[in-house]
Design a protein around this ligand. Structure first.
Ligand code: SF4
Ligand code: SF4
Length: 111
C-alpha cells in the first residue's frame, strides 16, 4: 500500500523574500512550518497536508504550491527538512515527490 505521504504536493518557500513575520507558522493546522536558524520559514516535509492556508496569509507572497513554484525556489537549499526517520514506504514517497515535481534541493537534514 502506498504511503499516505505520497498524496500531498506541499509548499515551497522563497526564503530570500520571507520577512520572518511568522504568519504561516501560526496558521498551519499541522505544525508543518518553523523558523530556521536565520528566522526564515521552513517546511517540515512529512507534516504538510496541503490545506494551503499558509499561502493565503503570507504578506509577501513567497509561499508556492510545489507544482506552481518557479524552478529556482525548488532548487535552493534550506526551505525544507524531514524531522524523523522515514519508513521504507515513506522514503519511496519522498523520492517520488522529489522526482515528480523536479525538486532540486535536498532536505536540510533527515532524522
Ligand atoms: S500547505 Fe497547509 S499543511 Fe502545508 S505547510 Fe502550508 S499551512 Fe501547513
Ligand atoms: S508568512 Fe511569508 S513572510 Fe511570513 S514567515 Fe511565513 S513565509 Fe515568511
Amino acid at each position: 500500500m502506498a504511503s499516505e505521504l505520497s498524496k500531498y504536493v506541499r509548499v515551497v518557500i522563497d526564503q530570500e523574500t520571507c520577512i520572518s513575520c511568522g504568519a504561516c507558522i501560526e496558521v498551519c493546522p499541522y505544525d508543518a512550518l518553523e523558523f530556521d536558524e536565520n528566522m526564515k520559514s521552513r517546511l517540515m516535509w512529512e507534516k504538510c497536508k496541503d490545506d494551503f492556508s499558509c499561502i493565503e496569509v503570507c504578506p509577501v507572497n513567497c509561499i508556492y504550491k510545489v507544482p506552481e513554484s518557479p524552478q529556482i525556489y525548488k532548487d535552493k537549499p534550506g526551505w525544507y527538512r524531514i524531522t524523523r526517520v522515514l519508513d521504507p514506504e515513506e522514503q519511496k514517497a519522498f523520492e517520488e515527490w522529489k522526482r515528480k515535481y523536479n525538486v532540486g534541493a535536498d532536505p536540510v537534514s533527515i532524522g
